[in-house]
Design a protein around this ligand. Structure first.
Ligand SMILES: *Cc1c(COP(=O)(O)O)cnc(C)c1O
Length: 389
């Protein structure tokens, strides 16, 4: 059976070239980067060269890059590390309501531990309002965390405008850029952010490796304690093969970034047009053109449940997601769509199609060829559909 993977926002296949770059660091260049001998120095060189590459890519200084186990850990260090460090002076944090669970759950943890947390809503397209941030920020606010692009609907926030607001308030601004690194330009000076989270497996690198940018001069309380690795902010023997893979993946993503952006925009337009022409009562969540990562196409199919669409598509070899991967398995409507003001019913019927490097037009044509029948069949069994006749 034909296999079509349209779930690139949850993870991507690793590029073969990344694997090739990583291989020697498992078996030949296996030194511990803290060792002073030849093997150690070899690992240390790879580590520092990658740090420079990552820093260069986001417009930072190498001393501002910290390698972690991925996006989740980077977000956790940013939120908990900052809030804890500044606790004596400030006890309030602000996050958007559409954040990834890595940020939302860290915020909830802080809330349980005595911090006041404010959640910013969004408009119907998923944009956070700078005015709302301006209203909620106070002298007690120690940090603000607003994601660069949302993983479910693809909305890209106006980060410079939002970050600017925190500057006069002595509040740290963190952004989760896991869905933008490798897809659009990410530059910490342009974005005016103090912290930024990345994850390699979202751009054709290995799983379990990420990085956190921490602006020079900012202090965080580490979450784990150990040796002197990563300037004690993230101790533990560095994952050199993973880190090398992170660097290689970033390099490859950057090489073809603009070309890929156009290719995926065209594919997404084709896909949305075809679906809307062939299926009635289907709505795009998030902005139609400007302000969306084009490869993220989130559609609500009225009168049916996303979970049943996923299962039917899976039987045809097509892999998609409903809500975020973390909530699937439970029938909770997506917290992102709900925060955007999408009705519970339409949120339940939402499907995220996310495309990437290996997606072809044939993949989408195949999906478009099987989807109308699936939707028709599921709607014919839906009591909601008949009521509307
Ligand atoms: C995938 C993702 C994360 C989590 O990253 P991991 O490396 O899987 O821990 C965090 N934020 C966003 C927006 C994501 O898409």
């Amino acid at each position: 059976m034909k296999q079509v993977y349209l779930d690139y926002n949850s993870t991507t296949p690793m590029d073969e070239r990344v694997l090739e770059a990583m291989k020697p660091y498992f078996t030949e260049k296996y030194g511990n980067a803290s060792s002073v001998h030849h093997f150690g120095r070899e690992a240390k060189t790879a580590l520092e060269e990658t740090r420079e590459k990552v820093a260069d890519f986001i417009g930072a200084d190498p001393s501002e890059i910290y390698f972690t186990s991925g996006g989740t850990e980077s977000d956790n260090i940013a939120l908990k590390g900052t809030a804890s460090y500044r606790r004596k002076k400030k006890d309030h944090i602000i996050v958007s309501a559409i954040e990834h669970h890595a940020v939302l759950e860290a915020a909830k943890f802080l809330e349980k531990n005595g911090f006041a947390v404010d959640y910013l809503g969004t408009d119907l397209e998923g944009f956070v309002s700078p005015d709302e941030l301006r209203e909620k920020i106070t002298d007690r606010t120690s940090m603000v965390s607003i994601m660069h692009a949302n993983n479910e609907v693809g909305t890209i926030q106006d980060i410079p405008a939002l970050a600017e607001i925190t500057r006069g308030k002595d509040a740290v601004f963190h952004t989760d850029a896991v869905q933008t690194v490798g897809k659009i330009e990410v530059d910490v000076e342009q974005l005016k952010v103090d912290m930024l989270a990345m994850s390699a497996h979202k751009f054709y690198g290995p799983k379990g490796v990420g990085a956190l940018y921490i602006r020079k001069g900012l202090k965080v309380t580490p979450l784990i304690h150990g040796g002197h690795h990563e300037k004690k902010r993230r101790p533990g023997t560095e994952n050199i093969p993973g880190i090398v893979g992170f660097g290689k993946a970033l390099e490859l993503a950057e090489e073809n970034r603009e070309q890929e952006h156009h290719r995926l925009s065209d594919l997404a337009d084709f896909f949305i047009d075809q679906i809307q022409a062939k299926i009635s009562n289907v709505y795009l969540n998030g902005p139609r053109h400007e302000g969306r990562i084009p490869s993220t196409v989130n559609l609500s199919f009225e009168f049916i449940e996303g979970e049943s669409i996923i299962l039917s598509l899976d039987m045809k070899g097509i892999a998609v997601a409903s809500g975020s991967a973390c909530t699937s398995g439970s029938l909770e409507p997506s917290h992102v769509l709900r925060a955007m003001g999408v009705s519970a019913e339409l949120a339940q019927g939402s499907i995220r199609f996310s495309m990437g490097r290996f997606t072809t037009k044939e993949d989408l044509e195949y999906t478009v060829s099987v989807l109308p029948e699936i939707i028709e069949r599921l709607r014919s069994m839906s009591p909601l559909y008949h009521q509307s006749d």
